[in-house]
Design a protein around this ligand. Sequence first.
Ligand SMILES: Nc1nc2c(ncn2[C@@H]2O[C@H](COP(=O)(O)OP(=O)(O)O)[C@@H](O)[C@H]2O)c(=O)[nH]1
Ligand SMILES: [Mg+2]
Length: 469
Amino acid sequence: MVLDKLGSSLKDALSKVKNSITVDRTLVEEVVKEIQKSLLASDVNVRLVLELTKSIRDRAIKENTSGLDKKEHLITIIYEELSKFMGSGEEFELVADTQNRILLVGLYGQGKTTTTGKLGMYFKNRSKKVAMISTDTWRPAAYEQLRQLGERIEIDVFGAPELKSPNEIYSKFSDELSKYDVVIIDSAGRDNLNDELVEEIISLNSIVEPTDTFLVMGADVGQTAQKQAQAFKDNLDVSGVIISKMDGTGKGGGALSACSIVNAPVRFIGVGENTEDFERFNSEKFVSELLGMGNLEGLLEKARLAIDEEKAQDMGTRMMSGDFNLNDLYEQMGAMKKMGSMSKIMNLIPGMGNLNIDSNMLGAQEEKMKKWKFAMDSMTKYEKENPKEISTPRVERIAKGSGMELYDVRELLKHFKQTKKMMEAFTKPGNMDDFDEKSMEDPNAMMDMMKKFGGKKMMKQMMKQQGRR
Ligand SMILES: Nc1nc2c(ncn2[C@@H]2O[C@H](COP(=O)(O)OP(=O)(O)O)[C@@H](O)[C@H]2O)c(=O)[nH]1
Ligand SMILES: [Mg+2]
């Protein structure tokens, strides 16, 4: 696994917490020191290390432990702060309802061209019509490299190495490019970010008007990462970082620091030379793996349940007011996913673990939710807010845009209607009669509700029911 050295030293710091008898200031200090040492050894920027460890220390001392014991609380804080440092937030999604133009920038040799192909493949696999364009006028072989890559992975490539400037190249093809859902622009690099390159990229940026600009950086850049990142940030609106060559180094902390400097999350990582060696980056998942979360997972779920309580309350209030729409459903599905697989969630609920619910059934439901998320990404804001207005032509467009079958989109809309009905039953007093204690005890009825609902409010309801017995 990538960054395994950092991982093993962070794990050591965590076992210190786990094996301690009490959590006091001395322990917090000791653990903070260990974390500092491990991060610095992985080339993470010193200032960032100090900031990060300061928040861990402050939170560990000040925060109230919200239902967790002190050790659990400290471990949760370490996990949360590390995830935040790596740019937590939603996973990358394309901007809906418009052509996405993704500009890749970075110094020479950082992996831009390779990453152009990887990103292209990533979107092609998600049923998008993808084009790649080479705007590197510096190295004559640059276009050829991308052209061959495109031929291999069957993605259209544009480029005109005989032209003098990136702008000329992009303008030459702008009509043709308008036919694609996603256009990935591979730009030129230099050994250094000199004025010439800055000027070239700023001017290319103004012609392309990218929906996203990703800074590509090799995991092996070390301490120079901050300087590079800062220079690009000063001149461009960098919306994310892609770290390539994560497979080739035990360090990589330098590149990870870059996202903190450009103030944008790590979006993808490259883990090899081949097109498929590419992963969407999720800082929480990454940190879980880094910390060897197998044994921590239960704890984190417990912490999330406690913390999300508030958010669930919020959602509940909104639903009470009767305007539950597809955005809420989306959020619900996201919250579910965050808590882990359905079977794990079932295990967390007192009494549910022993019900022996068919795991195939749960798996199938999870698959469906994945598809529905794709479908919802292809809806407009208006459609998500007014699901009733989604007519057949719209269903067709959504299916096409997300690469789903008509059937999938219709099923999603049906699921939404049922969920909405369910919400009303839960939120309006008196309507609970349909879902009395008896049906709560019947695993099938329960599953039915779980399927229809898929939300936290319902879990809370169930837990209340369980507690009442
Ligand atoms: N091991 C490994 N090598 C990579 C990765 N990404 C790019 N490379 C290699 O890094 C070198 C430079 O890549 P290139 O895409 O040409 O960089 P560019 O100059 O920024 O366009 C090439 O030899 C690539 O094969 C990666 O994720 N892992
Ligand atoms: Mg290149």
